[in-house]
Design a protein around this ligand. Structure first.
Ligand SMILES: *[C@@H]1O[C@H](CO)[C@@H](O)[C@H](O)[C@H]1NC(C)=O
Ligand SMILES: *[C@@H]1O[C@H](CO)[C@@H](O)[C@H](O)[C@H]1NC(C)=O
Ligand SMILES: *[C@@H]1O[C@H](CO)[C@@H](O)[C@H](O)[C@H]1NC(C)=O
Length: 847
């Protein structure tokens, strides 16, 4: 192995030369891995064992696939010795001497810092009682060895570490190498940051982490990204993909054996996805920015927080062509900026995924929406009426709805167009028709991405790509998320309902039918219609939704010059100004509703206000014990907290003295009883439902949590501890001025946030008004006195419930102001704008 770094100082004749390096990893209380200077690529590494001392061995997992091998636990004080060195040395410069070597290992003295005046690590360990001295083979004349022996005698005398009484059993970790149900485990953490030590870096984006304080050892994949990996070959060797070693080094040098916090975000297919928090920055973002990782669609989709940030980091790496992107070419690289992004007016909606826009120059251009696929005819020819012409717009399910959605939102309006890619023309191939070149773009209006709106209504689907395919929407993740919502909510194409049918009588071009139809239309007087096609300045095709027919319509009293057309007599040349006339009419009426009836909706009457009174703010301290999935919560009154504590204490003492006979109690609904919780302790409870003796639903009356338990874990409540002695201690409340989101995911986000903020903490609570099931309250953090509910509104996690009571108006106004700022910052539920407003109506969310 290459040397870490050359001899640093002129060594004296007898002492071994001094060398230097940075500590990469602590293997145990007596061995470290030291890294030298990088020489283009990851730097050389060496393992150094501390000579003259011995520290305990750390736990080892049984070798996989070898049934006779067993897990080996920590030796006493081994983990403490490792931790002592880890905290002292990781990432630090050390210098060391190598006293002797054998095959793979080098043994020597290690000092913190640049020279031997620094802390002698072996001495520190021995002083702390974390290592013993190897006295065998010592010669009397070595002052360093003599000093170690003295230090050991001192640490023995003061009973430190290994020399303390009791054998150190409490220093042995109970490591959990496997988790039975990782998904439940991840869910139960509610995305709370957990303290952890990164124990191993498998590749740039996959680590082994030791979760504290319970010592779960888990493999965590960084959410949203993937680094190049080491491919395992059949013969057991590993072949690195390009930049795999560099990416691993990048992560290793920042995170290996560091104290971090981890948010475990989700667990698809037993893989735990998470984000690592470190004060120096966000490794996920850094890896992307440096071109060590790429975004991964599936993992990105489970992770809504900051997905745009990750894409932006990746984009920046691509633009700079760093590392894995060294050969990258942007899909719009050969377009001018002005052709890449522009404002244009929508003149016509073509099918359900394209539109004709008029540019500033007056030119017309057809734009396709990026990454979406319009409703398709799934090849169902079965019920097709042979007599009727096939009209895709009306006959393909949801095509008309999609077109109408676009037409109503866009026609005649200015939109922002950002070209994402140009799809090259494809020639006709075997079974595939020819497609002309397509300009594919993200089209927004008032900040709303129209493709996303379409997808979230189930009126289009999202195209899936190969991971490396860049020819896609610049807002691809949002499209996927919108599609997931549309599927979940059963919208449009994803609906289980019968597809809407549009039977149209096409009487355009059929003189006879038209004649029969005319009196009918005349009697109707004014009709609504949409201009579907402009043949010439005065000749139109109309769709009449009420009458469900297509007609040809001539503007009475005028005739415009005709354009060129085929007639039985041959090609007729266009009359002068025919094109100009046609364009004129097109701009005015194409796809417009020519006779639209607007009726203003009456404004809602203001609800009668209750009599005037002042809001009463009388905050009392409570301890929040439980948050439910519907955003209700349970809290204990802090004033009676000590009574509960003493009741529990005496109750448990009594139960311990006279344990209940297991199985002697048969629970009935409504009973108060005692129940043994997962922590092995007894608590007061109420029976809510008895499914079977093995499945009894209980509610812990003093804490507000529920559980399904076997009746063997229940017993009658000793009378001295009934609710007559001390009433039920957990009271149910919900947040005032807040609407709980109906959308499951959005609700889970708020619940996670509230659990993180206030579960098991002391807060201040004020009842604002009563509700159907429980009082509605505002709650303040115990320390900062900030309003928790207002915080949720500020974060855009919930909507304001606008109360009309006069005495609450000041509060309501404050809540509404915060809602406005969350909206303009596009936070969380507002990330697609105000989805309640008309433009984004039913944006996949429901109130
Ligand atoms: C050197 O350190 C390694 C890692 O802790 C350990 O397994 C090994 O036993 C040590 N060697 C000696 C001779 O102490
Ligand atoms: C990365 O971490 C920073 C700071 O903790 C945070 O603000 C940011 O949102 C994180 N980014 C992602 C993509 O999670
Ligand atoms: C187009 O984008 C600009 C800048 O983002 C914005 O100010 C403008 O309102 C947008 N126009 C439309 C029609 O959405």
């Amino acid at each position: 192995m290459a040397s870490v770094s050359g001899p640093a100082q002129t060594a004296s004749a007898s002492a071994p030369p001094l060398q230097r390096g940075i500590v990469k990893m602590v293997l145990s209380g007596c061995a470290i891995i030291v890294r030298g200077q990088p020489r283009g690529g990851p730097p050389p590494e060496r393992q150094i064992n501390l000579s003259n001392i011995r520290a305990g061995a750390l736990a080892r997992r049984a070798a996989q696939g070898q049934p006779e091998s067993k897990d080996t636990p920590d030796e006493p004080w081994a983990f403490q010795a490792r931790e002592f060195l880890r905290k002292k040395l990781i990432g630090k410069e050390v210098c060391f001497t190598v006293e002797y070597k054998n095959m793979h290992r080098e043994y020597g003295m290690v000092y913190l810092g640049k020279d031997t005046t620094g802390e002698n690590i072996a001495e520190s360990l021995v002083s702390e009682g974390l290592a013993t001295v190897r006295r065998e083979g010592f010669r009397g004349n070595n002052p360093e060895q003599a000093r170690l022996c003295d230090l050991e005698d001192q640490s023995k005398a003061s009973k430190k570490g290994l020399w303390s009484e009791g054998g150190g059993a409490q220093t042995i970790r109970n490591i959990k190498y496997t988790i039975e149900n990782p998904r439940n485990f991840v869910d139960s953490l509610h995305q709370k940051p957990i303290n952890a030590i990164i124990e191993h870096v498998r590749d740039g984006s996959v680590v082994r982490a030791l979760l504290l304080p319970d010592y779960y050892l888990v493999t965590v994949m960084l959410s949203g990204i993937k680094c190049p990996t080491f491919k395992r070959e059949a013969d057991g060797t590993e072949t690195p993909e390009p930049f795999a070693a560099e990416a691993r080094f990048f992560t290793e040098s920042r995170l290996l054996q560091r104290d971090v916090q981890i948010i475990l975000e989700s667990c698809p297919n037993q893989i735990i996805l998470g984000t690592i928090l470190h004060p120096n920055g966000n490794i996920t973002e850094l890896l992307l920015k440096e071109g060590f990782a790429r975004c991964v669609d599936w993992s990105m989709a489970v992770y809504t927080q900051g997905a745009e940030k990750l894409r932006a980091a990746e984009r920046s790496a691509k633009e700079r062509k760093v590392r894995i992107w060294k050969d990258y070419v942007a899909p719009t690289a050969n377009l001018d900026q002005k052709d890449r992004q522009f404002v244009a007016k929508v003149m016509q909606v073509v099918n359900a995924d394209a539109m004709v826009v008029k540019l500033n120059s007056g030119e017309y251009k057809t734009i396709h929406l990026s990454s979406i696929r319009p409703p398709r005819n799934e090849g169902e020819e079965k019920n097709k009426d042979k007599d009727k012409r096939f009209r895709p717009l009306y006959d393909i399910p949801y095509m008309f709805e999609a077109r109408e959605f676009l037409r109503k939102k866009l026609i005649g309006k200015k939109v922002n167009v950002t070209v994402d890619y140009i799809r090259a023309a494809t020639g006709p191939g075997e079974g595939t028709p020819a497609f002309p070149e397509r300009t594919c773009a993200t089209v927004t209006i008032g900040g709303i991405n129209i493709a996303e709106a379409l997808v979230s209504k189930g009126l289009a689907t999202v195209i899936r790509y190969r991971q490396d395919d860049d020819q896609r929407s610049s807002h691809y993740d949002e499209l996927l998320a919108a599609e997931a919502r549309a599927i979940k909510n059963g919208k449009g194409l994803h609906s289980k309902k019968e597809v809407p049918i549009h039977r149209v009588a096409d009487i355009s071009g059929e003189t006879q039918k038209a004649k029969q139809f005319l009196p009918f239309l005349q009697r109707a007087g004014r009709s609504e219609a949409v201009v579907e096609y402009v043949f010439s300045g005065s000749r139109l095709k109309l769709y009449m939704p009420k009458e469900t027919c297509l007609i040809t319509f001539l503007l009475a009293g005028i005739e415009c010059p005709r354009s060129s057309r085929n007639t039985p007599g041959g090609m007729q040349v266009a009359e002068p100004f025919s094109d100009e006339a046609m364009l004129f009419t097109k701009e005015l009426v194409l796809q417009r509703e020519i006779w639209a009836n607007y009726e203003e909706k009456p404004v809602e009457e203001v609800v009668h206000l209750s009599e005037e009174k002042e809001r009463v703010a009388n905050y009392k301290p409570v301890y929040v014990t439980e948050i439910t999935d519907t955003l209700h919560f349970y809290a204990q009154d802090v004033e009676t907290g000590s009574q509960l504590e003493s009741l529990m204490e005496t109750m448990r003492a009594e139960i311990a003295a006279q344990p209940p006979v297991e199985g002697s109690y048969s629970p009935r609904r409504g009973d108060y009883c005692i129940a043994k919780f997962a922590d092995g302790e007894w608590y007061r409870a109420r029976v809510e439902k008895v499914e079977s003796p093995a499945k009894v639903h209980v509610f812990y009356i003093d804490y507000g949590n529920r559980e399904v338990v076997s009746s063997t874990r229940l017993a009658p409540i000793p009378p001295a501890f009934s609710t007559r002695t001390l009433p039920v201690q957990a009271t149910e409340y919900t947040f005032a001025f807040i609407q709980v989101p109906q959308d499951e995911d959005a609700r889970a986000d708020v619940v996670d946030c509230v659990v993180r903020d206030i579960q098991n903490t002391q807060c201040l609570l004020n009842v604002e008004y009563s509700g159907a099931t429980c009082p509605h309250v505002t709650i303040q953090f115990g320390d900062t006195k900030e309003d928790v509910g207002l915080g949720l509104v500020k974060e855009g996690l919930v909507m304001v419930d606008v109360r009309k009571e006069k005495h609450l108006q000041k509060m309501v106004t404050e809540y509404l102001n915060s809602q406005e700022s969350a909206k303009s910052a596009r936070l969380n539920i507002w990330r697609y704008g105000d989805f309640r407003a008309d433009d984004a109506d039913e944006f996949g969310y429901s109130r």
